[in-house]
Design a protein around this ligand. Structure first.
Ligand code: NAI
Length: 345
């Protein structure tokens, strides 16, 4: 099988990890499995020349699965016929820019890319938005894809547009594993809710470690249920939500390799299924848990083997969980209202 994947922001830091791992993973597929990939790399015109260096290095890896590389500054060329698009590039926040300026700069980018995806991508394509503000960028792209159907009349469904909260999920897994001493693999049913911002809610309410409720394990490790609750509210949640800033402070640059790794986790799970395990994904709400329909919000999701993703339903939420989810969803609603005011929705 040959898959065509587009990656935007392809000369940037995240892409520099992502592209090589993508090609390496495809090349490691089982013997006899003839998975091949074609890459379409999109950049802004000012940077597209630098992409040639990335192409040269990709070629120099001699990845058996990598069939072709196209470097372009034209979204229509980048997205024509793609099976997946990883939208990593976005306008960075510059000094003096407020949130509305950032939304305005990105709204224009994601409206254009949404239109090009709508017209050109395979009707079953998967779109993962990484560039911030990721949830609202995904919302804008999804909306513009609906307005620009393919020539054959097929429409790339808004449900095929997702945003990345898997990095937050992975950060939460790592913190819980470190505090309890449990292997990451033994942790299940952890969830990130809401926006990929510091209002997100990393939720251990349903989490289990080797089948035992995580809060019970934490109570043992922390010295009682109250101490466990205090660790979650005072340490776990602020560490996870503030991790991006902490990495910038220490590394002098934002998370890149971990963001690339999470992007691959998201795409792999969405393509091959989660075998009943939960994965946090920002997906289009159909009103689940009272999240207004149409918003792209993070939920616990499961993905069937055929690649269909759905929100885990039927969870009983406490008042505390409810209010943390509502706070993040309120921020998503504000972002949607700002995008509407700017004419992107
Ligand atoms: P970077 O600045 O190193 O690279 C971004 C690249 O995007 C640049 O090469 C730039 O020229 C390109 N670009 C800008 N506008 C473009 C457009 N219209 N079309 C194609 N390319 C375009 O940034 P980095 O570190 O790679 O991060 C990329 C984005 O990912 C940022 O918005 C960052 O905030 C976000 N991010 C999201 C995370 C998440 O978990 N959702 C985690 C970490 C970063």
């Amino acid at each position: 099988m040959t898959r065509t994947l587009a990656v935007t922001g392809a000369a940037g830091s995240i892409a520099y990890s992502l592209l090589f791992r993508l090609a390496a993973e495809a090349s490691r597929s089982a013997p006899g499995d003839s998975e091949r990939i074609r890459l379409r790399l999109l950049e802004v015109p000012a940077v597209v020349d630098r992409l040639e260096g990335v192409r040269m290095e990709l070629e120099d890896c001699a990845f058996p699965a990598l069939e072709a590389i196209v470097c372009t500054a034209d979204p229509e060329e980048a997205f024509a016929g793609v099976d997946a698009a990883l939208l990593v590039g976005s306008a960075p926040r510059r000094p003096g820019m407020d949130r509305a300026d950032l939304l305005e700069a990105n709204g224009a980018i994601f409206a254009e890319q949404g239109r090009a995806l709508g017209t050109g991508a395979h009707p079953d394509a998967r779109v993962v938005v990484v560039g911030n503000p990721a949830n609202t960028n995904a919302l804008i792209a999804a909306e513009h894809a609906q307005r620009a159907p393919r020539a054959d009349g097929e429409v790339l469904s808004a449900d095929r547009f997702t945003a990345l909260t898997r990095l937050d999920h992975n950060r939460a897994l790592a913190q819980l594993a470190a505090r309890t001493g449990a292997p990451v693999k033994s942790i299940e049913r952890l969830a990130i809710w809401g926006n990929h911002s510091n209002t997100q809610f990393p939720d251990l309410g349903s989490a289990a470690i080797a089948g035992e409720p995580a809060m019970q394990v934490l109570a043992r490790v922390c010295g009682g249920p109250d101490a466990a609750e205090a660790w979650v509210a005072g340490d776990f949640i602020p560490t996870v939500t503030g991790r991006g800033g902490a990495v910038i402070e220490v590394r002098g640059a934002s998370s890149a390799a971990s963001a690339a790794s999470a992007t691959l986790d998201h795409l792999r799970d969405w393509t091959h299924g989660t075998r009943g395990r939960w994965a946090s994904m920002a997906v289009r709400s159909h009103g689940e848990y009272g999240v207004p329909a149409g918003l792209i919000s993070s939920f616990p999701c499961v993905v069937d083997a055929d690649g269909s993703a759905r929100v885990v339903e039927g969870l009983e939420l406490t008042a505390e969980q409810r209010s943390r989810i509502d706070a993040s969803v309120a921020e998503l609603e504000e972002e949607r209202a700002a995008a509407e005011r700017l004419g992107f929705l």
